[in-house]
Design a protein around this ligand. Sequence first.
Ligand SMILES: [Zn+2]
Length: 380
Amino acid sequence: MAYDLILRQGRVIDPSQKLDEVVDIGFSAGKVSRIGPGLKADAGTTVRDVSGYIITPGLIDLHTHVYWGGTSLGVDAEEFCRKSGVTTAVDTGSAGPGNFAGFRKHVIEPSAVRILAYLHVSFAGIFAYSRRVMVGESEEIRLLAPLDAVEVANANRDVIVGIKVRVGAIASGRSGTVPLDIALQVADEVGMPLMAHIDQPPPSYEEVLERLRPGDVLTHAFRPFPNVPVDPQGKVKEAVLNARARGVRFDIGHGKGSFAFKTARGMLANGFYPDTISSDVHALCVNGPAFDQVTTLSKFLCMGMPLIDVIAATTVNAAVALKRPELGSLKPGSVGDATILSIQQGEFDYVDVVGEHLCGDCKIVSEGVVIAGRWWHPKS
Ligand SMILES: [Zn+2]
């Protein structure tokens, strides 16, 4: 067996195989080809000694905004992924059917990192999200474009993984659940999952959840009051437990306004972990409070979520949400993506979207990225 790359002697943590072991990983032809001790290099093999580091499947950030230049909220995907150890950035509704072609041609196709997308049901996606101009794209019903969304989703099934809609007073004004109901029709028609954003009511958390189908994703699930999943006595709401029982997936989507330590503490105290942890990185939160994916993951680790579950929430669980089993795993035959992490000990200051600070005792740091079986970052 000839390998293009061997990562030597890292602590491999891969929740998809319940693996936590110091071992080598060999990559060839863009894929993981073997995990085991003492893999043999030949003249063409790049060998990296990663002893002392944690190696995980390439991290998936299930909620990002990377339509850089095409939308005001977009950040540069490659720059973000270098900092974050992310190999798959999932853009959630930056583009709608009216401007998806540009996203595909100018951003997704030239990108060294994998970009997958939820297509917004609103015609031009999230088109007016900036410091000075803020217009909810789901507020104006005339912008909702179910016919166009079906056409574009069907024509781009290699990169479009689902349908996105944003509902809440900020994103949809007084339209309530109408944009959500239209987006669900599109998702049904194309046979894809839906990702629903929620902000302030209307609609209520419960009204959104009761509409979601098994496999659909609620993002901003641990947002601050109002529209929270726990009651004031610290009990997880019945509607939340029912939704999880029937297969609705709970995603973090930190962002600028959508993650509160208080909510997270209430949920974690009940043993209710998010299915996926994502940054919702965009232009207005990339310099805080979200920063990047490893910072978002660190917050959960500091709040007591076990490391194996934190890693699952950004690898295999995200792959399940995307219905892309070849991602988020280091099983032989999976895509050759891996992330090299370290965990620093010390005192670290974290902040949520309402300004609460948390003094954490650890910090997850991205030390390197492998994409499609090649060492990608850092260069030397
Ligand atoms: Zn978002």
